[in-house]
Design a protein around this ligand. Structure first.
Ligand SMILES: C[S@@+](CC[C@H](N)C(=O)[O-])C[C@H]1O[C@@H](n2cnc3c(N)ncnc32)[C@H](O)[C@@H]1O
Length: 357
């Protein structure tokens, strides 16, 4: 019994932390739900029954959203669709209890598979920065690519307001990103990308309706990103970005070895490093340094401050301080030299950036 209470307390603390990391004005819905789950013994007990890897709040939130997107007959659906202003917290509890078996079944086999195309708006200036500093063409390797939507970043219209736009003007996916400071390099078109490949432990198949429903379920319902994600999935169905299945560190050498010899290898990780163990993160950086001895490699990393040990020298704020936020960094590996650089403070879904680079 003591163990049960301890586990429940740990989960409650996790949900409370999660509620605190959400911006109330960005997702009032999930802020409210996460805060109430932290106090909800029955829902915490449901989570406790799921495998430990599914204890991250986003897995339960996505499981419930999956059922809603699947057409479940429940009043939470109208709240998620913005058609009802009822308090979502008791409705979320009710749905979890009524559909406990279905929720647990999803939590037993699905993991966080977010593929946030808003992050392409962060990659845009980073890639332009790299082409200006290192030349072209770029070979883009997205590690933890999910469905590979950000491998198509040059096919979206990236809109920085008065700072300009990047990408084809009539693109079906339009991503607005507020520039809060600095002078980000915005090119009318991103530099030529001559090879693009993703790696993911569990790639999302854009032709599989259940995979697509899960991908959409990972989008927070009240943040206006669902339609944009659907359009990006359509782009991926046409462009077919290649995503290799497997572990980042294990698959990366073969992927890098297959790239053309000429050009700049650009390895991207966006909100993936937190899923790797510290040893694996260190192995990943060692691997990039080793490849940097053979050809120019630049690593673009979007992540919360404090997650990546190798970036501690260039990140702002105290590591481990949740208020320190999220950053975009570039590390250049070339002929034995390693040069990390802070590019921007960013919103984790690409809503804004404050360019430092
Ligand atoms: C939060 S999602 C981010 C996806 C994508 N980078 C984005 O920004 O939209 C994390 C992704 O990393 C993948 N992942 C987790 N651990 C991994 C590993 N060891 N090797 C490769 N991919 C991994 C997951 O399957 C998931 O698709």
């Amino acid at each position: 019994m003591a163990e049960v209470i301890e586990q429940r307390d740990e989960l409650a603390a996790l949900w409370e932390w999660f509620a605190g990391t959400l911006l109330p004005d960005y997702s009032p819905l999930y802020t409210r739900i996460a805060g109430s789950v932290a106090q909800d013994r029955a829902v915490l007990d449901l989570v406790r029954e799921a495998p430990p890897e599914a204890h991250m709040p986003l897995v339960l939130l996505a499981a419930v959203h999956y059922l809603v997107l699947g057409g479940v007959d429940h009043p939470l659906a109208a709240v998620y669709a913005g058609r009802s202003r009822r308090d979502p917290a008791p409705l979320f509890h009710d749905l979890c209890m009524r559909y406990r078996r279905e929720v647990l079944e999803l939590m037993s086999r699905r993991r966080v598979q977010t593929n946030e195309v808003g992050r392409s708006a962060l990659l845009g200036p980073a890639l332009t920065h790299i082409t200006r500093a290192h030349g072209t063409p770029l070979h883009l390797v997205d590690v933890g690519a999910s469905a590979g939507l950000n491998l198509c970043c040059d096919r979206y219209l990236l809109d920085y307001g008065e700072w300009g736009r990047s990408g084809p003007p009539g693109a079906p996916v339009h991503i607005s990103c507020e520039v809060r400071g600095g002078n980000p390099p915005v090119a009318a078109r991103l530099g030529p990308i001559s090879a693009r490949v993703g790696i993911d432990l569990d790639p999302v198949d854009v032709d599989d309706p259940a995979d697509v429903q899960w991908l959409l379920a990972c989008v927070w319902p009240d943040t206006g990103r669902l339609e944009r994600t659907r359009r990006a999935i359509d782009v991926a169905r046409r462009q077919r970005p290649r995503v290799e299945g497997g572990d980042a560190v294990e698959v990366l050498p073969a992927v890098l070895g297959d790239l053309p010899a000429e050009g700049v290898t650009c390895v991207v990780t966006t909100w993936v490093m937190a899923y790797l163990s510290p040893d694996k993160r260190a192995g990943f950086v060692e691997l990039l340094a080793e490849w940097g001895n053979r050809r120019p490699v630049v690593w673009i990393c979007g992540e919360s401050v404090g997650v990546v040990e190798a970036l501690r020298g260039v990140e702002p704020g105290e590591s481990g301080d949740p208020a320190a936020g999220e950053v975009l960094t570039a590390v250049s590996f070339h002929a034995g030299s390693v040069e990390p650089k802070l590019l921007a403070r960013v919103h984790p879904h690409g809503r804004w950036l404050d360019w430092e680079g």
